[in-house]
Each structure stands twice: as C-alpha cells, then as structure tokens.
Ligand binder design. Sequence first.
Ligand code: NAP
Ligand code: GCO
Length: 265
Amino acid sequence: MNINKFSLEGKIAWITGGSYGIGFAIAEAYADCGATIVFNDINEDLVNKGLAAFNEKGIKAYGFVCDVTDENAVNALVKKVEVEIGTIDILVNNAGIIKRIPMHEMSAEDFRKVIDVDLNAPFICAKAVIPAMKEKGHGKIINICSMMSELGRETVSAYAAAKGGLKMLTRNICSEYGEYNIQCNGIGPGYIATPQTAPLRERQADGSRHPFDSFIIAKTPADRWGNVEDLQGPAVFLASEASDFVNGHVLYVDGGILAYIGKQP
Ligand code: NAP
Ligand code: GCO
C-alpha cells in the first residue's frame, strides 16, 4: 500500500473551535501530515491563544473569530478562506459546549443553546463547505460526536440529544454527497482530559479522586482517561485518502468503554 495515502500535503483543513483541547490536537496532527490549518474560535482572545500555541509548535495557522452558530459569519469565513487561502478540503466540526443540568431544571433556552452549537452549527459549517467540495470532486467532513451519541446519562439531556443528532447528520451527509466523493464520518471520543471534562476530574477536598473520575476508570478497559493525542491518528485516517471508502461511520475512540459492562466494584 502507498503510505502516502495518509498524507495531507496540499490540503486545507478547517477545525472549528480549534484554539485548544481536542480541536487543537487534531489541527496539530493535520499540520504534521502537511495540511494548511484554518481554525476559528468564538472570540479574539481565544483565537490569539490558539495562534500563539500553533506558533509555539512551529505551525503557521490561520485563525478567525467566528461563532459557528452564526450562518452569515460562517459563510463569510468560508468565502474569505477561499479567496485568501484556497478551498477547504477537510472540515472538522469540533466546536462544542455542554451544560450539565438535570433535565427538569434545564431551561428551554439552555437546551436550545447546546443544540445550536453542537448540532445546528455542524449543519451550517458543512453546508458552507460542500459546494466547493462538490466542485473539486472530493472532500472530508469529520463530526466530533461523543459516547453520548450512543448512551445517555444524568444531566446531559441536551448534549446527548445533540450528539445523537450529529451521528445521524453524519450518516445523512454521507448518503446525500457520497456520490461526489465526499466522505462524512464521525469521531466519538470517550472521556478525554480537556477543560470540558475538568469538573468531572477535580480532586475532592480530602485529596481523593472525584467519584465520576473513579467511575469512568472502572468503566474503561484501558483503565485511564483518554488524552487528546489518542484522537490524532484516527482523525488523520478519516481526513486522508486512506479512508476514501469509509463513509457514514462513527469511529469511537473510547478505550473500549462502549464494549464493556464495567469493572465489578
Ligand atoms: P472544549 O475544551 O470545551 O473546547 C471546545 C472549543 O469550542 C473551545 O475552544 C470553545 O470555545 C469552542 N466553541 C464553543 N462554542 C463555540 C462557538 N459557538 N463558536 C466557535 N467556537 C466555539 O471541548 P473539548 O473537550 O476540546 O471538546 C471538543 C469537542 O469534542 C466538542 O464537540 C465536545 O463535545 C467533543 N467531545 C469531548 C469529549 C471530552 O471528553 N472532552 C468527549 C467526546 C466529545 P470557548 O472556550 O469560548 O467555549
Ligand atoms: C459528561 C462528559 C461527556 C464527554 C464526552 C463523552 O459530562 O458525561 O462531558 O459528555 O464530554 O461527550 O464521550
């Protein structure tokens, strides 16, 4: 097999919410494989934080302030990138939020906000890049799903609904655009140590592990939380020619949680 199938040389990759966390790690891996990196975040401070972090890694990245829920802003970003840098070959819908509130206490506004960022925005961003991908005759769209695309748990009703919907949006983009050589797949990270999950890992006052931390360790065959580097290889695979016949799939990178009933207490 030609190992260059995993190369991203000459490709332009847009990672939404890529200033830090999972998005940044994926962007770093794509840059290491030769891609030009475009990222956005919700405010200038975060974009500058991301630019500084990429610069520290020796990566020339293009950063933009853009709220992915704002369709006009997204379309303007894509147009600007196409004019100044080139058409986008790879889109990673990474930007996301979570609100951990018991459903009976959650406002409809909070529910809508999570759906807006975690489901409506991936639709907006994918819709913005598909026309040029159709024109070029190829494209890769990678939606960052979640174990909550498959499972529920207390307090994450909006997030699970959004990520479940994102799994089906992934399958529908595959169905509608596969004939144009556009592959749309998901990555379903398990529990990854990032700012988003920091509240679930905080040490207790007595120095003991957070109960949820212990719970996840017992549910994970790998016996550890994931780190952002665990996602880099799968993300490169799904962005590269090596996955041209993989479409509509959610690749779970979860250390085996979804396969495991959990360690007996
Ligand atoms: P994170 O640390 O919260 O980072 C999310 C990024 O998206 C942040 O830079 C955030 O900016 C940005 N963002 C949020 N709303 C945005 C908007 N409207 N427009 C533009 N950017 C926006 O999350 P993460 O842990 O790296 O997770 C990244 C993705 O993986 C998310 O979709 C998450 O649901 C998913 N995921 C995470 C885990 C995990 O265990 N960490 C597991 C499965 C799936 P702000 O800082 O301003 O919010
Ligand atoms: C939670 C966590 C999870 C992870 C991830 C798991 O509160 O349960 O935040 O939702 O973020 O989505 O795959």
